[in-house]
Write a protein that binds this ligand. Structure first.
Ligand code: SF4
Length: 262
């Protein structure tokens, strides 16, 4: 993909969602850190359900440490891998108190030394809480980077390096969110919504989902011309989709949803 295309893609995403935000609910850097640890291989929605109950009871390293694994587990038991995550969160709280005065550190090295905090989690925290232009690569932006051609790569490390190299500096701070939002709501894993995609004319994915209207038009064009007019009209009408208005309306709605969701 050439630099002009990449720039235009991010320009459109910025225009659609100038201030993208995480879908995770949090009110402090510590709450963000715990939410990101809990979100590994889980949905943000599921994590929010758990933290909505947990944080009013305990939202500091000392308070969660005081709960202990047994006290924390009931709050997060609906989240996948909760046993390992409970251990990691408790141990992280202990280390935050012992090494960092109960604060979340702002360096990659110190973050990655915490249990349950890998490169991706550190990238998210550094980006959202400390304003660093890091780009965390998860399943969504890995897919979008590859399909579109923005930064193709066989694994998350290659894609992250590609994104850091190719995303223009002016978009780096929010690139992670725009990519995730696009992957979560538009460029979905099973069936990307290419007909309503803001960047479909720039995306280099070869197997785009066809526009149902175009498909119908093709079908209707295939109606034999030697049919009587009435029969031909009936065939064409049958081939056309019920209403185009819903599809049209979904374009700005999808973009609005994206903007609102963050
Ligand atoms: S055109 Fe399709 S494949 Fe390309 S980014 Fe949009 S939704 Fe994804």
């Amino acid at each position: 993909m050439n630099p002009q295309k990449r720039h235009e893609i991010f320009r459109r995403w910025r225009e659609a969602a100038p201030h993208p935000k995480s879908d995770l609910a949090y009110a402090s850097t510590f709450e963000l850190l715990v939410a990101v640890i809990l979100s590994a291989q889980a949905t943000d929605k599921g994590v929010n359900v758990a933290t909505r109950k947990l944080y009013p009871v305990a939202n500091t390293p000392a308070a969660i440490l005081a709960l202990g694994i047994e006290g924390l587990t009931p709050y997060i038991a609906t989240i996948g891998l909760y046993k390992a995550k409970a251990k990691n969160v408790i141990e992280t709280c202990r280390l935050l108190i012992e090494r960092h005065g109960g604060e979340v550190p702002g360096s990659r090295e110190q973050l990655e030394a915490l249990p349950g905090v890998g490169r991706k989690t550190a990238n998210v925290v550094l980006n959202i809480a400390f304003g660093e232009p890091t780009i965390a690569v998860d399943t969504h932006n890995f897919r979008v980077a590859n399909r579109t051609g923005i930064a193709p790569g066989k694994n998350v490390d290659i894609v992250e390096r590609g994104l850091i190299k190719f995303v223009p500096d002016e978009f780096k701070l929010h690139a992670h969110h725009w990519l995730i939002l696009h992957g979560r709501y538009v460029c979905k894993a099973q069936k990307p919504d290419c007909p309503n995609c803001l960047i479909s004319d720039l995306c280099e994915y070869k197997a785009k989902t066809p526009d149902p209207l175009v498909q119908s038009m093709k079908k209707s064009a295939a109606v034999p011309t030697n049919l009587p007019a009435k029969a031909r009209a009936a065939r064409v009408s049958k081939a056309l989709p019920p209403k185009r208005s819903a599809t049209k309306a979904s374009r700005p709605a999808a973009v609005k949803k994206t903007a609102k969701a963050r």
